[in-house]
Design a protein around this ligand. Structure first.
Ligand code: GLA
Length: 384
């Protein structure tokens, strides 16, 4: 990958010797649609990356100039002209959005040339866009001499999604891509962004099953889910004025406010409240090596996303059912925003190959994943 990017950089931008940064995709083990409700999530970063080669442009022009190996496309924009996108976003918009967000933070960016490539599948629920944002963030911090601040970079990545691209996403993907630890899941409190590192049990591997399905309307459906959660909070606030987010709401409190919300709003909120509890339980179980209890928690999460939050799909339901039938499977569920995309399974290491072989029959792609650390600079081509 590094050699290819270096050669491509040479071809497009001349003799300048680039530096390299990369950031991983993520798969969420549990805690779905809880992040924008100030709740808990439990993602792992996976060994699929977006990698960039970059260097300040030699003419010191105040602009961003990029080439995507995967799209075979060059794009450039003057920093002063950057602003939120109004049509379907392209790869370049995520990079340009990060420049825009950093400039809002008064970071003095040098003009930058970059070449980007990645192997995080796009639109699959594995956070290829967060990986691109965070790889660019590392590049920009490095090129501008700004000390790396992974939390700030994650917050800026979320700002890119929310205010530049127009997806009202939470902060899970960017935090996972930025600050994950090798071999550990990240229990993230999305209210104060505190992290507890939960080492993955040695005997388990993470397997991702990509259904190959992608939904066009995912962005608007996602934003609608978020609006339902806000409507539930507004209804609960009549009973309990200090309620800030669904994080603060118990099932009892939700039930007490049930008559002041519609049925759909109630069901969405019920999912979020229970999912927060499951996430804390799952972190505890993983931490204690209590592998027996994972299956029930993941199955309940999937069921709730299917029945209450209504973001699963027939393909996701089918692959989760097939996965759970395999004797080596310790738990499986859909992962990410939903509306198509991927499911995740935790599988006994000794059964990983037979699991992957069997599941290949019922899904488009299988990715056996290593649990890796977050965004990094690659010093002379290897992780620093
Ligand atoms: C997407 C968003 C995240 C999160 C998940 C659902 O990945 O980017 O912020 O809301 O969906 O859990």
């Amino acid at each position: 990958m590094i050699e290819r990017l270096a050669a491509c950089f040479q071809k497009h931008f001349g003799s300048n010797r680039p530096r390299f940064a990369r950031a991983p995709g993520r798969v969420n083990l549990i805690g779905e649609h809880t992040d924008y409700n100030e709740g808990f999530v439990l993602p792992v970063a996976i060994d699929r990356y977006v990698t960039v080669a970059y260097a300040p442009n030699p003419d010191n022009l105040s602009r961003l100039c990029g080439y995507s190996v995967d799209f075979e496309q060059s794009r450039s924009a003057a920093y002063g002209k950057l602003g939120p996108v109004s049509s379907a976003p392209s790869w370049f918009d995520y990079a340009a959005g990060m420049a825009w967000a950093l400039r809002q933070e008064k970071v003095a960016l040098p003009g930058l040339d970059f070449v980007v490539s990645g192997n995080v599948p796009m639109g699959a629920g594995l956070s290829s866009s967060a990986a691109l944002e965070l790889a660019m963030a590392r590049a920009f911090f490095d090129a501008s001499g700004t000390p790396w601040d992974g939390r700030l970079a994650a917050k800026l990545g979320q700002r890119v999604e929310n205010d530049y691209i127009g997806l009202k996403s939470g902060i899970m993907d960017q935090m996972a891509s930025s600050l994950s630890e090798c071999g550990a899941a990240m229990l993230l409190d999305c209210r104060d962004l505190s992290i507890e590192s939960v080492p993955m049990p040695e005997e388990l591997t993470v397997v991702v099953m990509d259904t190959g399905t992608r939904r066009e309307l995912a962005t608007s459906a996602y934003n609608q889910r978020r609006e339902s959660c806000e409507a539930a909070v507004a209804a609960v606030r009549h009973q309990a004025r200090s309620t800030r987010a669904l994080r603060d709401v118990s099932v009892e409190l939700l039930d007490a406010a049930r008559s002041s919300m519609d049925e759909t709003t109630y069901r969405r909120a019920l999912h979020v409240i229970r999912e927060n509890g499951r996430t804390l339980d799952m972190a505890r179980s993983l931490g204690q090596g209590d592998i027996e209890s994972l299956d029930v928690l993941m199955a309940e999460s999937h069921e709730s996303l299917r029945e209450l939050y209504e973001v699963s799909s027939p393909e996701l339901d089918r692959v989760v059912r097939s996965a759970r039938r395999h004797p080596g499977c310790r738990g499986a569920r859909m992962t990410g925003a939903g509306f198509g995309g991927c499911a995740v399974a935790l599988v006994d290491r000794e059964h990983e190959s037979s699991f992957a072989d069997e599941l290949r029959a019922s899904t488009a792609e299988i990715y056996k994943c290593e649990v890796v650390s977050g965004a990094e600079i690659l010093e002379s081509g290897s992780p620093s």
